[in-house]
Design a protein around this ligand. Structure first.
Ligand SMILES: [Fe+2]
Length: 358
C-alpha cells in the first residue's frame, strides 16, 4: 500500500470521529495544510518530502483523539508509534524521523534536528497564512521571521503574549488528594458499563485499551487524578519504556526528578503524596514476573500505624476504593510531586530515548 495513503486513512479516521463539525473542519484544514507546507519546505531544503508530509499528517492526532492540547506533541508521537509500526511500511530510521518531529513540534522556541525543524516551521507557516489576522505567540516570532526571510517574503510580523496559566489550574497536591478521594470512594468497577471507569482509561487510543487495563489500572487511576489536578504529563515520556499507566514508570520518573523518598527517611509523608507499594499484591492475584513495585495509590492521611490511601483496582480486584494500609515494609516509597510543577519532558533526546544531560 502507498505509505501516504495508509497514513491518510489512519488520520482521516481520527479526524472524522470529532463530533463538532467546526472542530472537524479546522482539524482537516490544519492537518493537510501543515502537511503541504512540510512538502514545500522539504523540497526547498533538500529533505525527503514524503517523510515531512507524513509527520505533518500525524502531528496533532492526540488532540483530535482526546480533545486536549496538553502535551499533545508528545502524546501524538506516542499514539502514532504503534500505529505506524503496525503499518509495517517504514524503516526504523524513518519512524524515528517522523515520531521525533511530532514529539518536538510544540517546542517552537528551541532548535532540534532538520525534520523536527521542518514540521515546526510548517506548523507556524500554516497557522500564519490560515488566519486573516495571523496569531503567532511572541516566543515563536523569531522562528517565523527566520522562515519568511528564507522564503524571501518581506513583511512585518507581530506576536501576542499568551496569557499566563491561572494558579488555580496548576498542579496542587491537596486538589490531587481531594479528587482521588472522591473518585476512589465511588468504588468504581473496571467495566465497560462504568462511565467513570471509561473516563479513567480514555487517554489510551488503542482499541484494546480496555482489555489491557482491566484488572491492571492502579497507575492509570493515578495518572487520571494527577491530570485532573493540573499535572501536565503525556501518556508516555522518554526514556521510560512504558506509559504512565504502569507503576514502574511513575517510580522511574519520580526517581529521575528527585521526587521519590523512602519511608522514615526524615521526610514525613503527607496527603497528596503518591504511595508505591512493595510486593503488596497477594500471590495468585499477581501477574507473572511482577516487579517489587506492584501497586500504587494516593495518600489521604497518615494514622498511627496505618496509611489511608485512595486506589484504583484495589488488590487487583478491579474496583477502586479507599483503603487502610499497614505502615510496614509493604510501603516501598513515596513520591511527592511539587505544587505548581511545570512540564519539562521536552528536554530529552527522543531518538536516543534519553534525558538530556544538564
Ligand atoms: Fe500541535
Amino acid at each position: 500500500m502507498d505509505r501516504i495513503a495508509a497514513v491518510k486513512e489512519y488520520v482521516d479516521g481520527i479526524i472524522n470521529r470529532i463530533e463538532n463539525p467546526e472542530d472537524r473542519k479546522y482539524a482537516m484544514l490544519h492537518t493537510y495544510g501543515v502537511a503541504w507546507c512540510c512538502s514545500l519546505l522539504a523540497q526547498k531544503r533538500g529533505l525527503k518530502e514524503e517523510i515531512g508530509y507524513i509527520s505533518g499528517l500525524l502531528h496533532d492526532i492526540y488532540t483530535y483523539f482526546s480533545g486536549s492540547v496538553m502535551c499533545h506533541g508528545q502524546s501524538s508521537a506516542e499514539m502514532a508509534r504503534p500505529a505506524i509500526k503496525n503499518m509495517k511500511l517504514f524503516s526504523e530510521e524513518e519512524k524515528k524521523l517522523i515520531l521525533s518531529a511530532v514529539f518536538y513540534h510544540s517546542s517552537k522556541d528551541r532548535i532540534h534536528e532538520e525534520y523536527d525543524e521542518l514540521l515546526k516551521d510548517a506548523d507556524i507557516l500554516q497557522t500564519y497564512y490560515s488566519t486573516r489576522k495571523p496569531k503567532i505567540p511572541k516566543a515563536a516570532l523569531p522562528r517565523l521571521k527566520r522562515l519568511l526571510k528564507e522564503l524571501n517574503i518581506a513583511t512585518e510580523v507581530t506576536g501576542y503574549e499568551p496569557e499566563a496559566v491561572e494558579e488555580s489550574l496548576l498542579f496542587n497536591r491537596f486538589k490531587f488528594a481531594a479528587l482521588a478521594e472522591a473518585l476512589a470512594g465511588q468504588n468504581i468497577k473496571g467495566e465497560r458499563e462504568s462511565k467513570e471507569f471509561l473516563a479513567i482509561i480514555k487517554y489510551y487510543p488503542e482499541s484494546n485499551a480496555y482489555e489491557e487495563l482491566k484488572n491492571s489500572w492502579c497507575a492509570a487511576f493515578v495518572y487520571h487524578c494527577a491530570l485532573k489536578a493540573g499535572l501536565e504529563l503525556p501518556i508516555k515520556q522518554p526514556p521510560y519504556k512504558y506509559r504512565f499507566a504502569g507503576v514502574g514508570t511513575w517510580y522511574s520518573w519520580g526517581a529521575d526528578k528527585g521526587f521519590v523518598f523512602k519511608d522514615r527517611e526524615g521526610i514525613i509523608p503527607e496527603r497528596g503524596d503518591i504511595v508505591i507499594y512493595n510486593n503488596i499484591i497477594p500471590e495468585g492475584r499477581k501477574q507473572e514476573n511482577s516487579p517489587w513495585h506492584d501497586h500504587i495509590g494516593i495518600l489521604l492521611a497518615v494514622e498511627e500505624d496505618y496509611l489511608l490511601v485512595a486506589e484504583g483496582n484495589v488488590d487487583n480486584g478491579n474496583v477502586s476504593g479507599i483503603v487502610k494500609r499497614k505502615h510496614d515494609n509493604t510501603i516501598g516509597c513515596f513520591l511527592r510531586i511539587p505544587d505548581g510543577i511545570e512540564y519539562d519532558g521536552f528536554l530529552c533526546d527522543y531518538k536516543a530515548s534519553e534525558i538530556y544531560k544538564q
